[in-house]
Design a protein. Structure first.
Length: 215
């Protein structure tokens, strides 16, 4: 029986298209070109941050992110970046009595932006706040502590094989793959994904009924 559900951020709750487009604009690369190289890096199972090295060898993402902020072109999140099923699914799960959390590999600023959206969740945290990022085991230890629920009664929902589903399962959590975004589609049928995912879904709207029936 699932008592807590914790969601990844990018390509789970948020459509990352605008942010990736902003990065392409920042480094002066056509968005289509940037997207194609990002796709190639993704297909090889590498860290998506490596995309920048093809265009600017030695690119320091953290430093450039600070420069973007100083230039008034930093991270920005609004309801238009949410997938259409996100807010309704969060609300429906809370109505079922679930504890709802959000925890992803994001900056402290993203955590602030998410909190300002007043999503129907109990707690929001990011790797930037915790000082540890997925797929490191301590990240998921923090997820378990945040939810204050037994790991086997906590569901982690994400789109990424190596950052979300496989390490969450290794931490003892239940897992659900959302099949969207480049990683969700690319790895949906990967053997490691199939073995580690308790459920594979196409929409967050499936979760309320799925978890109600799982009880």
């Amino acid at each position: 029986m699932i008592e807590a559900v914790v969601f990844d951020v990018g390509e789970t709750l948020l459509d990352d298209s605008r942010e990736w487009g902003a990065w392409a604009d920042w480094i002066g690369v056509p968005r289509h070109t940037f997207s194609a190289v990002l796709g190639a890096v993704t297909a090889e199972g590498r860290d998506n941050a490596e995309t920048f090295q093809y265009f600017r060898p030695g690119f320091d993402v953290a430093h450039e992110r600070r420069l973007r902020e100083e230039a008034g072109r930093g991270e920005h999140i609004s309801d238009e970046d949410l997938y259409a099923d996100a807010r309704p699914a969060l609300a429906a799960l809370r109505e079922q009595g679930m504890w709802i959390g959000i925890a992803g590999n994001q900056t402290p600023l993203v955590a602030e932006l998410l909190r300002a959206m007043h999503l129907p969740v109990d707690q929001i945290a990011t790797s930037g706040e915790w000082g540890v990022a997925k797929p490191a085991a301590p990240f998921f230890e923090n997820v378990i502590a945040m939810a204050s629920t037994a790991p086997n009664k906590t569901l982690y929902v994400g789109d990424h094989r190596d950052n979300d589903i496989v390490p969450a399962k290794a931490a003892g959590l239940r897992t659900a793959l959302i099949r969207r975004g480049p990683w969700g589609y690319l790895w949906a049928n990967d053997p490691a994904m199939v073995e580690s995912a308790d459920w594979i879904i196409d929409s967050l709207a499936e979760l309320p009924e799925l978890l109600a029936n799982a009880r």
